[in-house]
Design a protein around this ligand. Structure first.
Ligand SMILES: *Cc1c(COP(=O)(O)O)cnc(C)c1O
Length: 378
């Protein structure tokens, strides 16, 4: 493992203990008999699907969800044995993959369920119900169509789901909306069951659903960002402050590739976007926006840590490289490590800080971390 650190130009360190800790913390919130169904889409929120799912499987996780069929197939090829639910759309031309790899597909609406039924071979299905997000799922109001979906030929329906879209907020109107979604979901399920639909399992909570509405009766919780030890934004509603016990799984680091001195009046980087006001020492780092370091951090907005000191990004973040001001840092040499997300000395830059500086959320920062980064589980 050490060899990776010595050679890599830019890399992600994964903390296995933190991941196992987060799984245990979140499991404690589940109702009796409930199971975590971690969201490992987008390369496990940028962490690296193969590394993350291997540890999860070892920690007893038997259910996973992803966004698309290719992600599910890759997991099967990596030896993941449990159930894998595809949350998003799979092209009917790819239904063969669902069948071949024993995957579960969300029926994203009525006409999609008809397409699935036409495939002609049995497919495993979770039926999506739209309770107010208006993204996927057959509208809860369409009871007749929903009932029909449960009786379609070739559909082996194992569960029904909905998605809560405002459970991360304690604004009274958001709480009211979430309670409306919850009531609508359970009411729809009751009605369908009374009309003879067999609905073995239910799920409706993502991370915030579990953190803030943990009392709900459900068979699965589709936890994404929380299992990686983060919230979407620092100040999001977290009713029981569970977040305090979650630990970030990921650190992001890059190699210092070159150190140089420039004189007052000299410029740095593309478009001469930065001009030195005084003589200064700068360093090039081997990480850029193609690796997922947001270009919005250009021009002093973002900082990195080198030997425990903050080094502001100067000029424009490039595709593969970034230049930082190390005038304030002690001796820095080529080959040293710059910490983009994580701890260095007594300081820490969290994914929250990067997300805030870049004007976005942790989910976006993490999920866009590139495939070119080396990943290592510690
Ligand atoms: C991505 C996703 C999740 C996980 O969301 P988090 O907020 O990261 O926990 C759960 N359910 C659905 C339908 C999703 O698309």
């Amino acid at each position: 493992m050490k060899a990776v650190f010595e050679k890599a130009r830019a890399w992600i360190e994964l903390d296995e203990k933190a991941l196992r800790n987060n799984i245990e913390i979140l499991r404690k919130l589940l109702p009796e008999g409930g199971r975590l169904m971690p969201a490992v889409k987008a390369n496990a929120y940028g962490h690296g699907n193969a590394f993350i799912t291997r540890v999860m499987q070892d920690a007893g996780i038997t259910d996973f969800c992803v966004a698309c069929v290719d992600e599910a197939v890759e997991m099967r090829e990596n030896g993941i044995k449990g159930d894998i639910l595809i949350l998003g759309y799979t092209n009917p031309a790819q239904f063969d993959l669902l069948y071949k790899y024993n995957l579960i597909q969300t029926a994203v609406d009525f006409s999609y369920a008809e397409e699935m039924s036409k495939y002609g071979k049995p497919l495993r299905v979770h039926i999506g119900i739209d309770t107010g997000m208006h993204r996927l799922g057959e509208p809860a109001e369409n009871i007749d169509r929903l009932r029909e979906m449960f009786f379609m030929e070739n559909l082996h329906t194992e569960a029904a789901l909905t998605h809560l879209c405002a459970s991360d907020s304690d604004a009274p109107s958001d709480i009211e909306f979430t309670n409306m979604q919850i009531d609508k979901f359970y009411h729809t399920i009751d009605t369908l069951r009374k009309e003879g639909c067999e609905i073995p399992k239910l799920h409706l909570q993502a991370s915030y659903g579990l953190l803030n509405y943990s009392e709900l009766a459900a068979d699965f919780a589709r936890v994404g960002i929380a299992v990686y030890g983060m919230k979407t934004a620092r100040n999001d509603y977290d009713k029981f402050n569970t977040d305090a016990e979650l630990r970030p799984v990921l650190s992001l680091k890059a190699r210092v590739s070159s150190v140089r001195e420039i004189k007052a009046g000299e410029s740095v980087g593309y478009g001469l976007a930065f001009t030195a006001e005084r003589d200064m020492k700068i360093a090039a780092l081997s990480i850029g926006y193609a690796d997922g370091l947001p270009r919005a951090l250009s021009g002093g907005v973002g900082k990195v840590l080198i030997n425990g000191e903050r080094a502001p990004i100067i000029g424009r973040v490039c595709m593969d490289q970034t230049i930082v001001d190390i005038s304030g840092a002690a001796e820095v040499c080529a080959g040293d490590t710059a910490v983009i997300i994580g701890k260095s000395g007594n300081d820490e830059i969290s994914a929250y800080e990067i997300a805030e500086d870049a004007g976005t959320i942790t989910n976006e920062i993490l999920s866009r971390l590139g495939t070119r980064l080396t990943r290592v589980m510690l």
